[in-house]
Write a protein that binds this ligand. Structure first.
Ligand code: NAP
Length: 426
């Protein structure tokens, strides 16, 4: 049976999807029994040169009309951004058409509202490609693991920053590594959403919402980017046996849900340390299932279009079964933890006077704030002494209080850097 598809967006992902739907139509029919027929592709510019040209009969610059077209049974949103994508998705759902989207920003910002509307209309809103590109992660979380009490999601969900950090830990400065990532097509001309952690925060919001069944909007995700990491610390970290990663972390604790994105040092023998270059990887942990690791290409036209196509096939099967779609996941209200209430471990670099008693003063200051020190190293002597410390787990608010107090010590010339450390050792 035929299913009419309207694609909003014919760029990197939309173009790859269109190419696949046209060139591999027979293979898709052979494997799924579904005839997925593209009825139109909406773009901004009709005259742009494209690596996979959109056939004249399909291209349009009128996305609203395409959504309303009665021959379009299913809408695929691959435009990106909040508007007009959000209103177009709403328009499609309102008309009772299932929607597939890869738009993490939209799902993380308006997901609760859009999912509610899809439920009201008895149609699916699917977004496998919004997190982890080609890695199946949304369906495992919302279906395969629907019965598990997931306690943590932890991973690397932004390939651009992972590439930059990989190169920085090999000796490049931030600007050089970014330039290289741009030349290789791993980073946009405007890399802000990636390096600031905003892209990863949107994905973390989606992962945490699905994992814990409490809707976490992107505004509820604590976020720090990688711009201020100093290569000096990455060199020290390497000597101490750590690599820097931009981590996406969602945790369910007895006091509430925490969702955060920030750079962290991971031990060299941690599986996430092995995730190099532009790849993504996500751990899911639960009491019954233990630890699951999902890893692979987190972006790119081909991998992302594969995830989109999987969703299209899923939604097309539901359409053909004429099924009233049951909600895949229900969200209950829950408490979102303030970042200060979360336990973290810190690496701290201090410039100190090399005088007797300095270490005791520093340790005492940490202790007064409720933070104990796990290990200390000293580099250099005299006026240029550098202390590197790694703390034990303590409340983030206590770690911050300790660092504030250190700044007022006369023997501490500078608190030169602080980076969180992610390791499961005590
Ligand atoms: N690229 C990836 O690797 C990747 C991975 C995972 C998820 N995603 C998500 O997938 C979505 C698409 O990303 P992309 O990389 O394919 O973006 P892209 O290359 O910039 O393509 C966007 C497409 O949407 C069209 N478009 C934008 N605004 C429009 C408007 N107002 N009216 C009509 N058409 C409009 C553009 O038209 P023109 O071609 O005429 O400019 C273009 O064809 C985003 O939500 C992104 O976050 C992308």
């Amino acid at each position: 049976m035929k299913v009419g598809i309207g694609i909003l967006g014919g760029g990197t992902v939309g173009g790859a999807l269109l190419q696949y739907l046209i060139n591999e139509q027979k293979a898709i029919v052979a494997k799924t029994g579904l005839e997925l027929e593209v009825r139109g592709v909406a773009v901004r510019s009709l005259s742009k040169t494209r690596s996979f040209p959109i056939p004249t009969g399909l291209i349009t610059d009128q996305p609203e009309q395409l959504v309303d077209d009665p021959s379009v049974d299913l809408v695929v949103e691959l435009m990106g951004g909040l508007e007009p994508a959000g209103d177009l998705v709403m328009q499609a759902l309102q008309a009772g058409k299932p929607v597939v989207t890869a738009n993490k920003e939209l799902v993380a910002t308006r997901g609760a509202e859009l999912i509610r509307r899809a439920e009201e209309k008895g149609v699916s809103l699917l977004f496998e490609a919004a997190v982890g590109g080609g890695i199946p992660i949304i369906r495992p979380l919302s279906e395969s693991l629907a019965g598990e009490q997931i306690t943590r999601v932890l991973g690397i969900v932004n390939g651009t920053t992972n590439y930059i950090l990989t190169r920085m830990s090999e000796g490049l400065g931030f600007a050089e590594a970014l330039e290289e990532a741009q030349a290789l097509g791993y980073a946009e001309a405007d890399p802000t959403a990636d390096v600031s952690g905003a892209d990863a925060a949107a994905k973390t919001a989606i992962l945490a919402s699905l994992a814990f069944g409490t809707w976490v909007s992107v505004d509820g995700v604590y976020r720090e980017g990688i711009e201020s990491l100093d290569p000096v610390d990455l060199r020290y970290a390497a000597d101490l046996g750590y690599l820097p990663k931009l981590l996406a972390i969602g945790e369910e604790t007895p006091n509430g849900v925490s969702a955060r994105v920030h750079p962290a040092l991971v031990p060299l023998d941690h599986p996430l340390a092995l995730v190099r270059g532009a790849n993504n990887a996500v751990f899911i942990e639960g009491p019954q299932v233990g630890e699951l690791l999902f890893m692979g290409p987190g972006a790119g036209g081909g991998p992302t279009a594969t995830a989109v196509l999987g969703d299209i096939i899923d939604a097309a099967r539901e359409l053909l079964a004429e099924a009233q779609v049951a909600p895949r996941i229900r969200f209950a209200p829950g408490r979102l933890l303030d970042f200060g209430e979360v336990e973290t471990k810190w690496y701290v670099r201090l410039e100190v006077a090399d005088a007797p008693g300095v270490l005791a003063l520093v340790a005492g200051t940490f202790g007064d704030a409720g933070v104990s020190i796990k290990s200390v190293w000293q580099e250099g002597r005299g006026e240029d002494a550098t202390l590197l410390l790694i703390t034990h787990d303590a409340l983030e608010s206590n770690q911050r209080a300790a660092v504030t107090a250190l700044r007022s010590l006369e023997v501490v010339t500078e608190v030169a850097a602080t980076i969180r450390v992610q390791s499961d050792e005590p």
